[in-house]
Design a protein around this ligand. Structure first.
Ligand code: FAD
Length: 404
């Protein structure tokens, strides 16, 4: 029998291999990835690994011996160019053709590129891979001024690491507030104040027009003026790697469309992780999530389906971000909330939680250095709980008693 082939050796793929083994899959598995590394965790790339506080080996989800033991053939630095669905085969960049019994696309995302005057100057970087970190870190030593284009969580984490290293950092965000896609307005305001307190210059409503410099970047040109920068990192979102799927005629709509079992429009092809778009049962609408939690969950779901087992229980989506000494944990999706209840003080200190409710039902929480509130909220949201808003805001009520 031809192997089960996984395209893309990232976080979702590593979970799939793990779950297939746990679910008793005994057929051959081939894992192909175009990076030279074993599947690794990306979150530390803008946090501890960027700061130099984590060894490369610690990024790897599993050691090489794990894949050997699991009977998975690993082919790294190998790019897949084409899917030939009629023959259940894929074609590699070097022309090699491989047949599959089942195909799983786990191709992830890539950074959205800026196409502005000066975009190709030396010294302008994006942050997605280990190679990107090596390039950025290589410039940390000589750089004095860093401009971060984009005030999303990746740009802000990088800004925090660079500020701690003593660089003069400017964050330029086009929207009127930071992390606007992920958190509510009061949390954005907290992060703006936090970065300013740490010495970072934050400019919201910024329109970047281009980059200046001879060969190397020297400044960012924005509508409000020129911002000196001998290093620039752009973090303006990511695009799903859907080209293989699209060319093969699979249904794609801001991600490879998959059903509840992570099957694409072709029953022999699954897709998992950042590259997918799926109706999430808990919110009843199509989502393309870019998170470790989603990559792990979809890896488990696809493995169960491939092995003919019942799917694991769905969890509420969650996410985290580390900036300075502040851990942000977000659970649920706050879009559509009609009430935001704050527990703690957003303006003083570095610890509070914001609960988002719709018609009395808790739908999301942004917890800033508030692990207990985050843990409880995961369960409350899954249970579609309707906690008492007055109690949520009352710090004299213990977290365990917030359930109502
Ligand atoms: P990936 O991990 O991107 O893996 C996909 C792999 O497929 C890549 O190696 C890609 O090169 C390869 N590939 C693509 N096309 C082909 C092809 N044709 N042939 C062969 N290989 C191919 N999430 C959180 O929840 N919390 C965080 O704090 C957080 N921080 C992050 C910080 C950074 C800097 C980044 C970049 C991401 C962060 N994320 C975070 C997001 C998280 O890392 C992703 O959601 C997760 O990696 C998705 O896993 P994946 O397997 O779908 O994709």
């Amino acid at each position: 029998m031809p192997p089960l082939i996984i395209v893309g050796a990232g976080q979702a793929a590593a979970q799939l291999v793990t779950s297939l083994a746990q679910d008793g899959y005994t057929g051959p598995v081939t894992l192909l990835g175009d990076e030279p590394h074993l599947p690794y965790q990306r979150p530390p790339l803008s946090k501890k690994f960027l700061a130099g506080d984590l060894e490369l080996e610690r990024l790897y989800v599993k050691p090489a011996s794990f894949y050997e033991k699991a009977g998975t053939e690993l082919r790294l630095s190998t790019r897949v160019d084409r899917i030939e669905r009629a023959d259940q085969a894929i074609v590699l960049a070097d022309g090699t053709r491989l047949s599959y019994s089942t195909l799983v696309l786990a191709t992830g995302c890539r950074p959205r590129q800026l196409n502005l005057p000066g975009s190709d100057l030396d010294g302008i970087f994006y942050l997605r891979t280990i190679a990107d970190v090596a390039a950025i870190r290589g410039r940390f030593g000589e750089a004095r001024t860093l401009a971060v284009v984009g005030g999303g969580y990746i740009g802000l984490e990088l800004a925090a690491v660079a500020a701690k290293r003593g660089l003069e950092v400017t964050v330029l965000e086009q929207a009127t507030r930071l992390m606007a896609r992920g958190v509510g307005p009061s949390v954005s305001a907290f992060y703006e104040a936090l970065h300013r307190a740490e010495g970072v210059k934050v400019i919201t409503g910024a329109k970047v027009l281009g980059f200046e410099g001879r060969e190397r970047v020297a400044a960012v040109l924005a509508e409000d003026g020129i911002h000196p920068a001998d290093l620039v990192v752009v973090g303006v979102g990511a695009l799903p790697n859907v080209e293989l799927a699209e060319a093969a005629g699979l249904s794609v709509d801001n991600g490879i469309l998959v059903d509840a079992e992570c099957r694409s429009s072709d029953r022999a092809i699954y897709a998992i992780g950042d590259c997918t778009s799926q109706v999430h049962a808990l919110v009843d609408r199509k989502l393309r999530l870019e998170s470790v939690h989603n990559a792990l969950e979809q890896g488990r779901i696809a493995a169960a389906s491939i092995c003919g087992r019942p799917p694991p229980a769905l969890q509420v989506p969650w996410f985290w971000s580390d900036q300075y000494d502040v851990k942000l944990q977000m659970v649920g999706l706050s879009e559509g909330h009609d009430q935001a209840v704050v527990r703690g003080d957003v303006k003083r200190g570095r610890s509070f939680a914001v609960f988002y409710l719709r018609e009395g039902q808790l739908i999301a929480v942004d917890a800033v250095n508030r692990a207990p509130e985050f843990m409880l909220s995961k369960q409350l949201i899954a249970d579609r709980a309707r906690p008492d808003a007055t109690k949520l805001a009352d710090e004299t009520v213990a977290v365990k008693d917030l359930r109502n």
